[in-house]
Design a protein around this ligand. Structure first.
Ligand code: LMR
Length: 361
């Protein structure tokens, strides 16, 4: 080869290497809700932080509203590496074979957000993430979407009102048992299909936090809503383990920090988003809103609490007991404090008896 052509080949090689080196690492982040929800806004926030802080070495492409995949498909896509990041609700890990996440679906398990965060951020949260590793998944953070409300085309005041109603649920056996305990007929369905199923009467009602209900326009096809706070909905932000482990260490550190900061942001906006959504549903005039009185909450709770016992083995007795202990500890600390102004938390009836007594020390 002549010197000139050798030099030009070398130059080409260098140029193409430079292009390759400048190619950003792409993180496809798929989710099923609207961009203007706690999860949607947090996904966009993470994108901004990740791209700014890595100075463009990472590009995060967010796909909201089940644009790429529905609930079940997105889990498979993550494992196959077709997307790199998801934030499925904690009720959607059962089909993966990791049933302990259904702890969070147990009706009335968290009397307030403080107990919930301690569960997520402590040993229980860490152990749950460890269980994902064998599935090729790494857990990065827990995000919040608050407590769920019940809706239907008829008033839902008493247990009688649930008899025979077809209620859409997420793919969780605990939620299935919860609806059965109420006398309803649970129907598992992907989130993206709920609006049209409600509209066409394929199902009669559903449960979700207000931000999901409002942004999917479910209130337009649900005449009645009961503010019941009977259960919780939150998320695990997860990544494909192979992808995550293969990132340059400095990039991974920056992304971990961006995720931690996004989690603080997400938890801060979750309640605000749900309060705003409730105000908008009220203002829309489509849906009659009923706040379940305390005396009836206790009745609902008594009907649903046997579900805790029923799932002890599947979820893990230790997990459930540890969550009870944390709730009891938070209650103790609150009682020891001077009276504080009413919290914005939307807890279930904290005072009603739990299914099992906290362990004696
Ligand atoms: C649902 O399917 O109802 C929720 O999990 C949707 C979500 O991700 O908030």
């Amino acid at each position: 080869m002549k010197l000139a052509s050798l030099l030009s080949a070398l130059a080409l090689g260098i140029a193409s290497f430079a292009v390759q080196a400048a190619d950003p690492i792409v993180i496809k982040f798929s989710h099923v809700v609207a961009p203007d929800t706690p999860k949607g806004r947090a996904a966009d926030h993470f994108k901004k932080l990740a791209e700014e802080r890595t100075k463009g070495r990472v590009k995060v492409e967010v796909f909201p509203n089940s644009q790429l995949y529905k609930d079940r498909e997105e889990m498979e896509a993550l494992q196959l590496g077709a997307v790199q990041m998801l934030a499925p609700s904690l009720a959607k890990f059962g089909p993966l074979g990791v049933r302990s996440f259904e702890l969070f679906d147990l009706p009335y398990i968290f009397p307030n957000k403080e107990s919930l965060y301690r569960v997520m951020d402590g040993d229980i949260g860490k152990k749950l993430f460890t269980l994902l590793e064998a599935k090729g998944i790494t857990g990065l953070a827990f995000w919040d979407n608050g407590f769920k409300q019940m809706s239907a085309n008829k008033p839902l005041h008493t247990l009688e009102d649930f008899k025979g109603l077809k209620m859409r649920i997420q793919s969780s056996k605990v939620l299935e048992a919860q609806m059965k305990a109420l006398g309803a007929n649970p129907q598992v369905m992907a989130f993206s299909e709920v609006y049209s199923a409600l509209q066409q009467g394929v199902v009669d009602g559903t449960e979700n936090p207000m931000s999901n209900l409002y942004t999917q326009k479910m209130h337009e096809v649900q005449k009645h809503l009961t503010l019941s706070d009977h259960g919780y909905l939150g998320y695990a932000v997860i990544v494909n383990k192979g992808f995550w482990d293969g990132l340059p260490a400095d990039v991974r550190d920056i992304l971990n920090k961006a995720m931690a900061d996004t989690t603080v942001f997400e938890r801060k906006i979750a309640q605000e988003e749900n309060d705003e959504a409730l105000a908008k549903v009220k203002a829309s005039g489509y849906t009659a809103i009923y706040t379940l009185p305390y005396k009836d909450r206790v009745v609902w709770q008594q009907a649903m609490l046997p579900v805790h016992k029923e799932f002890e083995e599947k979820i893990g007795r230790d997990f459930i007991q540890a969550a009870y202990n944390i709730a009891a500890q938070v209650e103790k600390e609150k009682a020891a404090q001077p009276a504080a102004p009413a919290s914005k938390d939307k807890p279930g009836p904290a005072k009603a008896k739990p299914a099992a007594k906290p362990e004696k020390k």
